[in-house]
Design a protein around this ligand. Structure first.
Ligand code: HEM
Length: 450
């Protein structure tokens, strides 16, 4: 990778085509996967089902801020697997990378726009493999096993803290804290700086909502959903602080490397060249977002699933050997990454639908994970499910989640200790989920511990 290589400068030049072929399915619905508020009730599993049954490859309207044509929404397991396993046809790099839209140029956030593109999730081929290889040592079994001891102690300390409270918002006290701790250990972030990451994450989860509502306000005027200008200012300040911090810590690790992932990223050489500043910024954003939010929301989601399914909770408490399968079933049901995006590079066919080159595809993982063709009685939470580990929540193929072993380890540690100490906990109020159709972002989960 030449250190002049900056993907975010190239992708706005790429064009997305209208469908080259007639739509195979006549089905249309008013309901929209672009409606961020739909996702504040949890994921729209009924809509996924309707689409899968009537048009598993459905040509969806573009996101409201998107000047490009719409996208093919995939909701069947086999189709999503097929696309993920064929990166030479379905690119992660062409056009807007993994995002459904970058919006119109005038509306793009100056720092978030560039950094959401310049990282490995949006690379194909050798450059992707090269950068992925630099991350690998920090996700190998020996590294994860060492990390587990520290994670276990951290879980105990977090649970000691909530035990004294009697009731709490689980997200604030535990689900936010543990992934930040674990990630900071992997990255080599000093303890004193870790709380900042928690604050940045909370704002990042709202980025999509801020972007969409600000544009709506410009076009249609103020509404009840228009964010408060003070919140926007705070959001922008947080974004600046987050990137300034990333830049300075990566610089320090470039000059004085140690045995941690940020040092590996700072000094990575792809095709003989160190990463450009843009790729350093983007890699920083990717790792702190991917490594945090996902595990955090699966923890909160699992606590809700067990509360809503007391028979499954009892089964697990009586036999903690079921933990591994429980964790897989939880990741399947929660599916915290809601979608990823690809772009076709050539003429192809998905199921019955012919698709031309440079068309946009969205993979709705939560829909794949509730496909009855693979998961019997897919909406039931069943910790004895034989094929719970066949879910696609971590993706599949070349971009499969690198952090999977770390995520599973944290979830096992958390649930083992939590259920042992608080077997009779209750969710005692409404959960709150951010308006976001990219990650399932649970922001509040009130629980009592008795
Ligand atoms: C339950 C937890 C998690 C879920 C469900 C999840 C899910 C995903 C998904 C769906 C992808 C993209 C797959 C694709 O495009 O084909 C991905 C990629 C990635 N994840 Fe995770 N993730 C989780 C936790 C983590 C953690 C804890 C880390 C790091 C500590 C992490 C780091 C990454 C990275 C670096 C990539 C990019 C891989 C690449 O492009 O080759 N993830 N993850």
């Amino acid at each position: 990778m030449s250190n002049e290589f900056v993907l975010s400068k190239e992708v706005p030049q790429h064009t997305i085509n209208q469908p080259a072929h007639p739509k195979h399915y006549a089905f249309r619905t008013e309901a929209s996967l672009n409606d961020l508020y739909l996702f504040t009730q949890g994921q729209p599993f009924e809509l996924y089902q309707t689409l899968r049954e009537n048009a598993p490859v459905y040509f969806h309207d573009p996101m409201p801020t998107d000047p490009e044509p719409g996208y093919w929404a995939l909701t069947s397991y086999e189709d999503i697997k097929f696309v993920s396993m064929n990166p030479e046809i379905f690119s992660s790099q062409y056009a807007t990378g993994n995002l459904l839209t970058l919006g119109e140029e005038e509306n793009r956030h100056p720092r978030l726009f560039q950094t959401t593109i310049d990282h490995m999730l949006n690379l194909d081929g050798e450059m992707h493999l090269g950068l992925r290889k630099e991350h690998m040592p920090f996700f190998r079994p020996n590294f994860v096993a060492e990390l587990q001891e520290k994670v276990s102690l951290k879980v105990s300390a977090l649970l000691d803290n909530i035990s004294d409270m009697g009731e709490c918002n689980l997200v604030k006290e535990v689900s936010q804290q543990l992934p930040i701790f674990t990630l900071s250990e992997i990255l080599g972030i000093p303890e004193a700086d870790r709380q900042k990451l928690v604050d940045w994450m909370e704002f990042l989860e709202l980025a999509q909502y801020f972007a969409v509502e600000q544009i709506k306000q410009k076009n249609e005027g103020h509404s009840d959903n228009t964010p408060d200008p003070a919140m926007i200012d705070m959001f922008n300040a947080m974004v600046d602080e987050m990137f300034d911090y990333g830049k300075s810590i990566l610089q320090a690790k470039r000059e004085k490397p140690s045995n941690d992932l940020l040092s590996a990223i700072a000094n990575a050489k792809i095709e003989g060249e160190k990463l450009s500043q843009e790729f350093l910024d983007g890699s920083w954003l990717l790792i702190i977002f991917a490594g945090n939010d996902t595990t955090r929301n699966t923890m909160s989601g699992g606590v809700k699933l067990l509360h809503d399914n007391p028979d499954q909770k009892e089964l697990l408490i009586n036999d903690l050997n079921l933990m591994d399968n429980f964790v897989n079933e939880t990741v399947r049901c929660v599916s915290p990454v809601i979608h990823m995006r690809r772009t076709t590079l050539q003429e192809t066919q998905i199921g019955h639908q012919k698709i031309g080159p440079y068309e946009k595809i969205a993979l709705w993982y939560g829909a794949a994970n509730r496909d009855p063709a693979v998961f019997k009685d897919p909406n039931s939470f069943n910790i004895l499910r034989k094929n719970a580990d066949k879910h696609l929540a971590f993706g599949i193929g070349r971009h499969t989640c690198l952090g999977k072993p770390v995520a599973l380890m944290q979830l096992r540690e958390f649930f083992s200790q939590f259920l042992t100490r608080f077997p009779d906990y209750q969710v005692n109020g409404e959960w709150k989920v951010a308006p976001n159709n990219f990650v399932h972002a649970i922001q509040e989960m009130p629980i009592t511990l008795k």
